[in-house]
Design a protein around this ligand. Structure first.
Ligand code: SF4
Length: 341
């Protein structure tokens, strides 16, 4: 790999070594005018991660590739100064998604070099990539679609065969994990202070992003009446935690049952870092009855069986279904009675 590859894959060990070999001191990166564009691009990386995702940059020469490469450590420092777990997850995912596009276009040698950087030893032929099943599980276990379950894969002698596209998706997950687990960095307070102008803009965007979800979507319904399990699931979805399939189904069907429309639910899941619009729309439409069956959200007994009953309160003791909780609480609030009565 060369500097042009490093500019798109700045998290590989070779890129780190390349930066170490450049002729400047780290603190100059955060203070010197010569690095103003690099700092702006670093801020841009973080803002894009909060927004619609990283844009693909084109590097016409070595200097612009080096600037792009240097903007990565700047972005990591900015994220670390803010030290917000939602931002860290979102940033790591945005970098990984951007890397995925680059990985898909790598030559076989480039793909192998990248995999080895993550201690994955692949066999690569014209159309397929074969990896050890433990590597597969390490990264595929957070992808919820059925095809990613190990039993649905072609495995021989402990090795799993994948298309190059699916292997690129595995590498995306490896990148996400590497970046997320390495943040936040320990940054001296004086460096964060010198970056305050950039941090203000990022914080403002972050606050705006976090507040996009919520009240607006619930205009027609009553969020105060949600049962604890759904409040828990909503706050996880909002924070970018991947919900287990059973909880995703429970939350989506609950929201549809109480009258939220499809677009409202799409908006709600959009804040999740692993949001895939097409897949989410398909799932929501499916639960909504696009295939002829309208699903009702699961009962408390089913929720408990799947480990999705969180934070039971007094009212939970008087109902057996999250929808009944919602109706009862709405009735109680309307009558102005205390919830415990
Ligand atoms: S008892 Fe039912 S409504 Fe209450 S938190 Fe558990 S699943 Fe939700």
């Amino acid at each position: 790999m060369d500097v042009f590859d490093f500019a798109s894959l700045p998290f590989v060990n070779g890129a780190v070594k390349y930066v170490e070999g450049l002729d400047f001191k780290l603190d100059e990166l955060f203070s010197e005018r010569a690095f103003e564009q690099v700092r702006e691009r670093g801020k841009g990386r973080v803002l894009s991660a909060i927004g619609e995702g990283l844009t693909k940059e084109v590097f016409s020469d070595r200097v612009s590739a080096e600037k792009e490469l240097l903007s990565y450590p700047v972005a990591r420092i900015l994220v670390s100064c803010i030290n917000d777990s939602y931002l860290i997850r979102r940033y790591a995912l945005a970098e990984a998604k951007s890397a995925y596009e680059k990985v898909k276009g790598l030559t076989d040698d480039g793909l192998k070099e990248l995999a080895l950087d993550f201690n994955i030893e692949p066999e690569i032929n014209e159309r397929q990539v074969i990896i050890h099943f433990t590597d597969y599980i390490s990264y595929a276990n957070v992808i919820h679609e059925p095809k990613w379950k190990l039993i649905n894969r072609n495995m021989e002698h402990g090795r799993v065969t994948l298309t190059k596209e699916d292997f690129s998706r595995i590498m995306e997950e490896a990148v996400r994990k590497r970046i997320e687990s390495s943040l936040p960095l320990v940054v001296p307070p004086e460096i964060c202070a010198s970056l305050e102008n950039y941090l203000v803009e990022i914080r403002n965007n972050l606050v705006a992003r976090k507040s996009e979800f919520s009240i607006e979507e619930f205009k027609e319904i009553m969020p105060d009446c949600f049962p604890p399990c759904m409040v828990h699931a909503l706050s996880n979805a909002q924070a970018g935690v991947n919900l287990p399939h059973s909880m995703r189904f429970a939350l989506t069907s609950f929201l549809l049952n109480i009258g939220m429309n499809t677009e409202g639910i799409m908006e709600l899941f959009k804040v999740s870092p692993d949001f895939d619009e097409e897949r989410t729309r398909y799932q929501v439409m499916h639960i909504h009855g696009a295939t002829g069956t309208t699903y009702t959200s699961p009962s408390c007994a089913t929720m408990t069986t799947y480990g999705n009953c969180f934070g039971k309160d007094v009212l939970c003791g008087r109902i057996s279904h999250p929808l009944n909780y919602y109706r009862k609480k709405a009735w109680i609030l309307k009558k102005g009675k205390p919830v415990g009565n």
